[in-house]
Design a binder for this molecule. Structure first.
Ligand code: AKB
Length: 315
């Protein structure tokens, strides 16, 4: 299982934990972490780290050649909420970085690519419950548009140029090591920090907004599983639906109250409510389960227990 890996966007919420996991599997020297700045010292200090601007083809290529990279995980992206503030920046970053990596694979500098898509590819005309793999997709956010278009390009590069690109439509990801930044599902992480710090949380989504979510350990497992599966098991080269659990802000508040009875939740929906309302509330991921044996482990109660235990010492 020898592989030389580059993670672009290694300082972010998912990139950081992916870096730690891949270093565990492949060894520290075989996993090069990179980001645009040194903004996560745990990652920077855990092994080889390079400053890379994902928008700059040359700097990515130089790093690939310097370290004999054969596999890239492209985790740099502007997420849904920030993308609505800077639409053209989101478009530029999300698309340009993807083309750079796909072109490196097309030119045979690298062999394999992981690129995350998102439930943001879906929109208000998509069936909301148990959203199937193949369905109407009319995303209303710039982030969702970049992910939908990106999926088409991934499939195109696979079909036309035989590029081994693999992708998952991540739901909201809940984790304690690194904070998420700029997403609509971020409330489901912030709430645990605020519950421990202030015993209260003012949620930017309304109490009944159900969204698909996944604990980080499950998300990392899915990422490793899809990347280590045999190429012929990967029958979908756009991106796979992936589900863990679905819950509302009211559900997560109730789950926290079991551990912190005095916890108080209030609701002040902002512009992110419209984004959440345009997304599915639950996902059907039978293709991922069938093709490469995906299964999740954490339910809401297990997530709450783990989040509060891990974050307790911080506050
Ligand atoms: C976001 O909220 O923008 C992301 C996502 C669901 O892709 N977490």
């Amino acid at each position: 299982m020898s592989s030389k890996i580059l993670i672009i966007g290694a300082c972010g919420q998912i990139g950081s934990e992916l870096t730690f996991k891949l270093r565990e599997i492949y060894g520290n020297d075989n996993v090069i972490a990179s980001d645009i700045s040194y903004n996560n010292l745990d990652v920077v200090n855990s092994g080889i780290f390079e400053i890379i601007d994902a928008m700059d083809y040359k700097s990515v290529k130089i790093c690939v050649e310097k370290h004999n990279i054969d596999t890239i995980y492209l985790m740099a992206a502007m997420l849904s909420a920030t993308g609505e503030k800077y639409p053209m920046k989101a478009w530029d970053l999300n698309m340009t970085s993807l083309f750079h990596v796909l072109d490196l694979a097309k030119a045979k500098f690298i062999k394999k690519v992981f690129w995350p898509s998102s439930i943001a590819v879906f929109g208000p005309t998509t069936p909301k419950q148990d959203t199937p793999q193949y369905t109407t997709m009319e995303p209303t956010t710039v982030y969702g548009i970049t992910k939908q278009v990106g999926e088409r390009w991934c499939e195109y590069y696979h079909e036309k140029y035989n590029v081994d690109v693999r992708s998952i439509r991540y739901p909201g990801i809940i984790s304690w090591k690194t904070l998420p930044g700029g997403g609509t599902t971020d409330y489901a992480v912030e709430i645990y920090h605020e519950a421990l710090k202030n015993k209260s949380y003012d949620c930017f989504l309304s109490e009944d907004t159900a969204l698909p979510m996944l604990f980080m350990d499950d998300a990392i497992k899915a990422t490793v599983d899809i990347m280590t599966a045999n190429a012929d098991a990967i029958k979908i080269r756009s991106s796979y639906n992936l589900a863990g659990i679905s819950f509302t802000p009211k559900d997560i508040a109730a789950s926290i109250k079991k551990h912190i009875p005095e916890f108080k939740m209030s609701y002040t929906p902002d512009f992110r409510q419209a984004i959440a309302d345009s997304w599915p509330s639950s996902i059907n991921d039978m293709e991922a389960r069938k093709h490469w044996n995906w299964q999740h482990s954490y339910d809401l109660e297990a997530i709450t227990k783990e989040m509060l235990t891990q974050l307790k010492d911080k506050y």
